[in-house]
Ligand binder design. Structure first.
Ligand SMILES: C[S@@+](CC[C@H](N)C(=O)[O-])C[C@H]1O[C@@H](n2cnc3c(N)ncnc32)[C@H](O)[C@@H]1O
Length: 376
């Protein structure tokens, strides 16, 4: 096993999930066209240095805050210059002896964990300083910002796809996105990392960014076509989303207004929907009050949840997808299915439910048409 020297807590706190060799190989193929003899390649969270192994064409630098990992890395890679230090403090080229003028490529798989969810009793591992201008709740965001501070010409790293496709995260990356443009993105399931295979998979992107003063806006990401194993890849803009049809966060009312109300669990993304309930009978801080005019759309989400097994991992951070015109055509099948699973909803719909078998056939048709080539 990789990262074998670390116990569970340190692994979590340092985000130490070393990258499988095939993915390292793919990253090198992506940067190969940009490598020159004078290029410097750095992995500033290098673990055992696996990203720096086969790089005779360039000067290579590895850095990690984990001394033991650097010790192992040194034994296996004579040609790499290693630093056993915190990559997020006093970030500058000078820190690593990289000439201001030289072409710089960043590779690797920086840690991505939320610093507020770290395992606190091993505080010494996680209490390192981060330069104020790159500080963030999420270590991965800080790493991306650090590459901008190093003025890297090219960046080829793994990070959660949510950094790009969730508008709130995208905004956190402002300085980064002002100076870099995504030129290639391959989607990888977190299940490719043996240790995370226990959880619901989330999408990771092996992203290639080029320094570009034009930067990129969120719309650029919306229309970006990510590579998958499928023929046409994945593009956010290929779909319509439920957010356009319901209020994801309706206004708060006072408690008495909840009499005869229907409640729905707060909607975040598809992976959250997988874990959470849909219709609930009681109000709580995690529920929203349903606008009954839009009840059809809540039924839609409820049915969608039961059909999530049809979707590949890379939709995990997306909103619920919908084709409204098609949905209207199959509306009765959706409502029949919801009422079958939540009989207390029957009185709210003026619909005569159809037989279970017909419902299944119609829903199957709907989801196959909606997901197209992505349908599993
Ligand atoms: C996902 S692992 C990647 C290791 C290696 N690049 C690979 O892919 O096999 C993340 C690494 O980041 C290191 N790390 C975490 N915080 C760091 C920091 N502030 N400075 C440098 N390295 C750090 C961890 O020790 C861990 O080795």
């Amino acid at each position: 096993m990789s990262q074998a020297h670390l116990g569970y807590e340190s692994r979590v706190n340092l985000g130490s999930y070393y990258t499988p060799p095939e993915i390292v190989g793919t990253a090198w193929k992506m940067i190969a066209p940009y490598l020159r003899p004078q290029t410097t390649v750095i992995d500033s969270a290098c673990g055992y240095g696996d990203f720096l192994k086969n790089s005779r064409q360039a000067t290579t630098i590895g850095c990690d805050i984990d001394e033991t990992a650097i010790g192992v890395a040194k034994k296996h890679n004579d040609e790499v210059r290693f630093f056993s230090t915190n990559a997020l403090c006093d970030v500058s080229r000078a820190k690593f002896g990289i000439p201001e003028k030289s072409d710089l490529i960043v590779v690797g798989n920086p840690p991505y964990n939320d610093r507020t969810s770290l395992i606190r009793h091993s505080i010494k591992d996680v209490n390192f300083d981060i330069d104020e201008d790159i500080a963030s709740r999420d270590l991965g965001i800080s790493f991306l910002r650090s590459y901008n501070k190093l003025e890297a010409d090219l960046i080829c790293v793994l990070h959660p796809l949510s950094y790009l496709i969730k508008p709130t995260n995208f905004r956190l990356l402002k300085e980064f996105t002002t100076n870099y443009k995504l030129i290639d993105g391959l989607l990888i399931s977190s299940w490719e990392f043996p240790e995370s295979a226990k959880h619901t998979p989330f999408p990771i992107v092996l992203a290639l960014y080029k320094r570009d003063t034009q930067g990129m806006a969120y719309d650029f990401i919306r229309s970006f076509r990510f590579r998958t194993t499928g023929k046409n890849g994945f593009c956010l803009g290929d779909f319509d989303y439920i957010a356009g049809y319901i209020d994801k966060y309706p206004k708060k009312k006072n408690r008495s207004a909840y009499h005869d109300s229907l409640f729905f669990w707060t909607l975040r993304d598809i992976n959250a929907l997988k874990r959470n309930r849909t219709f609930v009978e009681n109000y709580s801080t995690n529920t929203i009050v349903i606008d009954k005019q839009k009840l059809d759309y809540y039924a839609y989400i409820d049915v969608f949840k039961r059909n999530l097994h049809r979707l590949p991992f890379y939709f995990g951070n997306c909103d619920v997808l919908i084709n409204d015109e098609l949905f209207r055509r199959y509306r009765v099948a959706f409502i029949s299915d919801t009422v079958r699973h939540h009989p207390f909803l029957k009185k709210y719909f003026q619909v005569k439910p159809i037989a279970e078998q017909l419902t299944e056939t119609e829903l199957d048709t709907y989801f196959r048409l909606l997901f197209g080539e992505h349908h599993i």
